[in-house]
Write a protein that binds this ligand. Structure first.
Ligand SMILES: Cc1ncc(COP(=O)(O)O)c(C=O)c1O
Length: 439
């Protein structure tokens, strides 16, 4: 089934986008120009009445699907009861904290609720510095941990770093386990985790002897859905533990079922000392958290950690319902099985089209990297943009990501069915075929 072809943007979308230009900065202007009106499950309707299959989850947020009735009810009921209070515990907040701790590895026994992903990574860095008494943090090329100055200073993503002046001191950076574009020009598994082995050399030359923590994403989201080879995170954990460093895993994007496990760290069975959460936790209601070991959190004195709306009754009730829905509807399992199916079907595009450099993914987070040709793997942004625009005209809503902006972001809500994936694959194939003929 191919959806009805439509003009993008439609007249109503166009008018609203123009209106937005009067009063909003255009920092997000590079998206598909469609103004969403309402959405249900995996289907979006825009302000012109066009239907789109959502393969964005609104930047990997709406894991449970749009306007899930149970989520909506939890939010509406809570709105009527209590939306905000002074920062004393509420039943919703306490219950949510308990549930989060229950589903995380057993070394994690405390959780601090916040509002955005950047706030969670910011808090994790602050706590790690305070606890360790050390002020350097190791992070990775291509990493993205948020747009406030703390996370930005330990991120290796050109989109957040360039032209913002000097970062905060203490950030040390090393190559990630990116085998598609290995900076050491090595091949896995023969390299035997060479990039982990090189960390000591990097620290030797770049650290003032004040390194206290290391932060990593389980897969790099903003850099282009880059998945390190199996075993890389485990090796990183061993390396960090052997040096007494606090390991922080940034699961803001990868958690709550997205990769086919509730948390991506479960694929490698690692036990970081701190974990950052966000996005899918509230599934649309702004909620984030940093979870960790109490021996680490206990270093913070009263007043050193607080956030006005963090863990408020409304966001806590919303997040609690997300956890229930994920469990009741086996959405993590669905992400795994449907994700495997989708990855296999999309991999056929790699076989067919020379400009598809790689199709990679885990669960329902899949990156399609567009290149000039397979031989050289040079990033190709124009074709990537054309594919995304043309897919929108045929009813498939996609995002673009990557250090070089040449990766198609495939990340539908976790409620998606195989038949809906078939629609998307058919659209992809038609669009790529059309573009291929013009080359
Ligand atoms: C891994 C990761 N960390 C942190 C953030 C920042 O989250 P927020 O935009 O909610 O501040 C993001 C957002 O994309 C992310 O992907």
């Amino acid at each position: 089934m191919i959806l009805k072809e439509r003009k993008v943007p439609g007249p109503n979308s166009k008018a609203i986008i123009n209106q937005s230009k009067q009063s909003e900065p255009q920092s997000m202007a590079d998206q598909v120009p469609v103004v969403w009106d309402h959405a249900e499950g995996v289907w979006i309707t825009d302000v012109d009445g066009n239907l789109f299959l959502d393969f964005t989850s609104g930047v990997l947020v709406t894991n449970i699907g749009h306007s899930h009735p149970k989520h909506v009810k939890a939010v509406v009921d809570q709105t009527k009861r209590l939306m905000n209070c002074y920062s004393f515990p509420t039943t919703e907040r306490v219950e949510l904290s308990k549930r989060i701790v229950e589903v995380l590895p057993d070394n994690i026994d405390k959780v601090f609720l916040l509002t955005t992903g950047s706030e969670a990574t910011e808090a994790a860095i602050r706590i790690a510095k305070r606890y360790s008494g050390k002020h350097e943090v190791l992070s990775f090329y291509g990493a993205f941990h948020g747009r406030t100055y703390g996370p930005m200073s330990i991120a290796g993503n050109i989109n957040t770093r360039r032209q913002f002046g000097p970062a905060l001191p203490g950030g040390i950076m090393a190559p990630y386990g990116n085998c598609f574009r290995c900076v050491y020009d090595k091949k896995f598994p023969e390299c035997d985790f060479y990039c982990i082995k090189m960390l000591d050399k990097i620290i030797e030359s770049s650290s003032s002897g004040d390194l206290g923590a290391v932060i990593a994403e389980p897969y790099q989201g903003s850099a282009g859905f880059i998945f390190p080879p199996k075993g890389w995170l485990k090796e990183l954990e061993k390396w960090a533990n052997a040096r007494g460093l606090i390991l922080i895993i940034d699961e803001v994007q990868s958690s709550f079922g997205r990769t086919g496990k509730l948390f991506a760290i479960e694929w490698e069975d690692i036990k970081p000392q701190m974990i950052c959460l966000g996005k899918g936790l509230g599934s649309g209601i702004p909620t984030s958290a940093v979870a960790g070991e109490s021996k680490i959190f206990d270093c913070m004195s009263p007043g050193e950690m607080s956030s006005t709306t963090g863990g408020n009754p409304l966001s806590s009730a919303a997040a609690l319902s997300v956890l229930e829905i994920l469990k009741e509807e086996n959405l993590t399992e669905n992400a795994r099985t449907v994700g495997e199916y989708l990855l296999e079907r999309l991999s056929n595009l790699w076989k067919k089209y020379d400009f598809v450099g790689e199709v990679r993914g885990l669960g329902l987070v899949i990156g399609i990297e567009i290149v000039k040709n397979k031989k050289e793997n040079v990033p190709e942004v124009d074709i990537c943009k054309k594919i995304i625009s043309r897919c929108a005209e045929l009813g498939l809503m996609l995002g673009r990501v990557g250090m070089y902006g040449n990766v198609i972001r495939v990340a539908p809500p976790l409620v998606i069915k195989k038949e809906e994936c078939d629609i998307a694959v058919e659209i992809f194939d038609r669009v790529m075929n059309e573009i291929n003929k013009t080359l």
